[in-house]
Design a protein. Structure first.
Length: 145
């Protein structure tokens, strides 16, 4: 029995660490430390399917505000209540206006979240999975793990 997995990246989302322009974290005039971040609330986006899973990195003892949608996370950050990692494509206008500011983190302030289609065996997949794989251009030459 083959244990190969065929993997196709479907979507890459750039997430960036931001806060409202007048958030206390931005008054610190240096790269932010873990200790700095732990003193402030972190908003996390957690959908119904991810209850119990931590979708975004959290520091030990970090206070966090879980929300169900990207729009709720944006509103929480806009309120000045917290900071968080948000999809850059959803907050581009806030960044351009200066409402949101990218946090100066020591290990970088952006990361990619990747959505991937994973199939065990394309030839044995259901009609629906095969159709989706074909639409995505997935074939046996896709990344194999």
């Amino acid at each position: 029995m083959s244990r190969e997995l065929f993997v196709k990246t479907v979507l890459v989302i750039e997430m960036i660490a931001v806060a409202q322009h007048d958030h206390p974290l931005l008054s610190i005039r240096r790269r932010l430390s873990r200790s700095d971040l732990m003193q402030h609330m972190l908003v996390t986006i957690e959908g119904a399917a991810s209850r119990g899973l931590k979708q975004q990195p959290q520091l030990p003892a970090q206070r966090f505000l879980p929300v169900g949608t990207i729009q709720s996370a944006i509103a929480a950050i806009r309120s000045g209540l917290c900071f968080g990692w948000l999809p850059k494509c959803h907050i581009q206008s806030e960044l351009e206006r200066g409402d949101f500011v990218v946090l100066p983190l020591p290990a970088g302030n952006s990361r990619d979240v990747r959505l991937k289609l994973v199939c065990r065996d394309l030839s044995a997949s259901s009609i629906e999975v095969s159709a989706l794989a074909e639409l995505l251009g997935m074939n046996p030459e896709a990344e194999t793990v």
